[in-house]
Design a protein around this ligand. Structure first.
Ligand SMILES: [Ca+2]
Length: 500
């Protein structure tokens, strides 16, 4: 609003007192005409006036800010509390924002000039946002506003999941419901909305620790084994379009001393229309960790599969599964939906890639390499000793190492061995290792691991970069206070006192 990225065309309102206080005057820290947007008539507990901002695209909204009507000291109106409503085309309705304590009132202003910013406990995804002034007794109200957020690039229309549970054994009963979910409850399932699983917040490792901005809610959404009909938690995501998927990241809790553990297995299913699912699903079993209780993101390779719908089934390993965020790495794609294609899409079962390299083979290779390495070092040492005995005078003049660089065939192997050991994988080329055709795998695993690490870094950066979009104010961006504001404040307080 302040920087003009939101154009005048995007600003509308339910009403305005007159043209001098139209929605065009609602930009925070601006003094245009009457100095703020003022709805027509008094605001009462039953009235519903709003200022509407059309963002033209979907944004994750993380904070709001308001200011009253200062208007060069003649303004007297401000709003003590306001509500926020938002719209997404997929929802096709306006939803009222509520924080994790189920409160819909956001604190506004106490004077006409000081801006008040509120970081939202439960960020939401919206393409239009309304500010609705609230008052418990009739009064005039004027507002200037700002929105903070970033472009929403996950392309998820909605997800459906079983309603989360409550861990009664915890102090106060830790609530793992999806508190900001904006869809509807159908039976025991939440459908057609987005919520805490896609709000960009991840939970702390110890789920009993309250988030700084949380007063009661939890950043975790969780399910107990006994509360579900099946043996798995099934979550279905539908996307804006057909996409090519690289991977999925599931941020999960592993507080095994408090009955929570990583899921035992994840099955990932793909579909183009949400009814039928590919027979060839992806199965992934994360390595269980009974040492560290650190919460972590588990990435599953989605093998460049194409889908518009993805269903994940998470199987219990312990009593509870808690997840706080799910992200996808994907790009838009187009598919030919001919009968032949669909038949192949749903029914083809591809040969499984060997996902785990046998641990025995790795140990065998490592032992072989150590034995060979030891033998070569021993041979080198013996030869070097023999040479040294022959060349005692030279040895006294030169350091030992250059003798390894002599033209002796055996000695020449030593630097190469050092290089091999230093680089790790090439040591499998050692002739002592059984050449059964599988010896290339450690190299591949090593390379894939390296790539995965790189990709995770990129992934994390890319995800964070969603909130670095220069076309929209960054979340939690603290603005330098306007020096004029303090001037206004001082004079206005003086005038206020004088008026009294
Ligand atoms: Ca979250």
């Amino acid at each position: 609003m302040e920087n003009g990225k939101i154009l005048d065309d995007s600003l509308t309102a339910s009403s305005s007192y007159d043209q001098n206080v139209s929605p065009l005057c609602s930009r925070i820290r601006h003094e245009l005409r009457g100095g703020a947007w003022c709805p027509n008539g008094l605001i009462t507990p039953n009235s519903r006036q709003y200022l509407q901002i059309d963002l033209l695209d979907e944004y994750l909204i993380t904070a709001t800010e308001t200011q009253g009507r200062f208007a060069n000291k003649i303004g007297a109106e401000f709003v003590k509390f306001y509500m926020v409503e938002y719209w997404r085309d997929a929802l096709n309705r306006w939803v009222q924002y509520k924080d994790l304590n189920d409160s819909n009132l956001i604190p506004g202003n106490t004077d006409t000039y000081t801006a008040t910013k509120t970081v939202l406990e439960a960020p939401f995804i919206a393409s239009k946002v309304r500010f609705v002034p609230y008052t418990d007794h009739p009064r005039t109200a004027c507002m200037r506003v700002e929105l903070y957020g970033c472009r929403w690039k996950q392309a998820i229309v909605a997800y459906a999941a079983p309603k989360g549970g409550q861990m009664r054994s915890m102090t106060g009963g830790a609530r793992f419901e999806d508190l900001s979910y904006d869809g509807v409850l159908r039976g025991t399932d939440l459908v057609d909305g987005l919520g805490q699983i896609t709000d960009s917040f991840t939970g702390p490792s110890d789920f009993e620790l309250l988030d700084e901005s949380d007063t009661q809610g939890s950043r975790w959404v969780g399910w107990n084994k006994t509360m579900l009909a099946g043996s798995s938690v099934n979550i279905t995501f539908n996307f804006t379009d057909t996409r090519l998927f690289y991977d999925i990241g599931i941020h999960t809790n592993n507080m095994f001393t408090k009955d929570v553990q990583l899921f035992k297995e994840a099955e990932v299913y793909f579909s183009l229309e949400g009814e039928r699912w590919q027979k060839d699903y992806i199965s992934y079993e994360p390595k269980q960790d009974k040492v560290s209780e650190r919460a972590r993101t588990i990435y599953i390779d989605l093998e460049n599969r194409t889908a518009k719908y993805i269903k994940i089934k998470l199987y219990f390993h312990h009593k509870w599964i808690l997840i706080s965020e799910v992200t996808f790495k994907s790009v838009s794609t187009v598919v030919n939906q001919s009968t032949e294609f669909l038949d192949e899409y749903y029914n083809t079962i591809r040969p499984k890639k060997k996902s785990h390299f046998s641990i025995e083979v790795i140990i065998g290779l490592a032992c072989g390499a150590v034995v060979v390495g030891g033998a070569v070092i021993a041979a080198t040492a013996i030869l070097a000793t023999k040479r040294a005995r022959r060349r005692i005078p030279q040895l006294l003049e030169k350091p030992f190492f250059p003798s390894l660089r002599s033209n002796s065939r055996n000695n020449r192997r030593a630097p190469r061995l050092a290089l091999s050991l230093g680089n790790g994988p090439p040591m499998i080329r050692s002739p002592a290792v059984v050449d059964d055709g599988s010896h290339r795998e450690p190299y591949n695993i090593w390379r894939e691991t390296l790539n995965r690490q790189k990709r995770e870094n990129i992934e994390q950066n890319e995800y964070n970069e969603i909130c670095e979009d220069p076309t929209f104010p960054r979340p939690y961006m603290m603005k330098r206070p306007d020096p004029h504001e303090s001037f206004y404040a001082a004079t206005d307080i003086t005038q206020h006192v004088m008026n009294q």
